[in-house]
Design a protein around this ligand. Structure first.
Ligand code: MG
Length: 229
């Protein structure tokens, strides 16, 4: 019997394009004002110094801002950029200017499970802090009340069955009492190998059905019935 649900975010509860279409443009648009306003804040100063170090030369404030914007356009996975974006997004969510998006079918079903006593957990490659922020201000309001816990890659890689065993242990259930939801076939396979029940989400804009995939695939949370698993 399924007693808990573990869900991915991007491609599952939220479109993959949310990061590319909402988060990145938001940080691009705000970064200049943000840096100018916070240039004397020691935490920000440290990040700006990091930018110079990576570029290997002294840069004016304008040049640092241009470098950060260029990195956003190039989608560089680089620590000072990640840090400054994280702070800009946090301000955005807290001020209500930035809103997370959750598919209506995901919201309805998560709420139904929550109300029937099923524990719900999140497992995403975004940091736990970023997960909580995304759910703090969504098209359905603050949804963090739905979740009993959050996991990120600190517990391990999402494509490694061991990570799912560790999560089950941390939740205090057997893997086969947990349903894992994700759009990523490798994550689904890893979770299934740990003993979890799995359903793959195939959001029409984000993914395609895989022929002869050995696990259940659905387009919407509406199609998931815990009693049938
Ligand atoms: Mg995903």
């Amino acid at each position: 019997m399924v007693k808990a649900v573990l869900t991915d975010i991007e491609g599952t509860t939220t479109p993959i394009s949310f990061v590319k279409d909402v988060l990145f443009p938001y940080s691009y648009e705000k970064i200049q004002d943000f840096v100018l306003k916070n240039k004397d804040n020691p935490q920000i100063l440290k990040i700006l110094e990091e930018v110079k170090k990576i570029e290997g030369k002294d840069l004016s404030l304008e040049e640092i801002i241009d470098t950060l914007k260029k990195w956003i356009e190039e989608d560089r996975k680089i620590t000072p950029l990640k840090e400054i974006q994280g702070i800009i997004w946090e301000e955005g969510y807290k001020s209500g200017k930035l809103q997370g998006f959750v598919y209506p079918d995901a919201y309805e079903k998560l709420k139904e499970w929550f109300e029937s006593g099923i524990k719900i957990y999140v497992y995403s490659s975004g940091s736990v802090k970023a997960q909580k922020l995304l759910f703090s201000n969504t098209n359905f309001g603050d949804l963090n009340y739905l979740f009993s816990g959050y996991f990120d890659t600190n517990i391990g890689n999402k494509k490694d069955p061991t990570s799912y065993k560790k999560i089950a242990q941390s939740i205090g259930l057997n893997p086969d009492e947990i349903l894992f939801l994700s759009d990523n076939p490798d994550e689904i396979t890893a979770a299934a190998h740990s003993g979890m029940k799995v359903v793959r989400l195939v959001r029409p804009k984000d993914a395609d059905y895989i022929k002869e995939f050995p696990y259940t695939q659905v387009e919407s949370f509406k199609q998931i019935n815990l009693k049938m698993l």
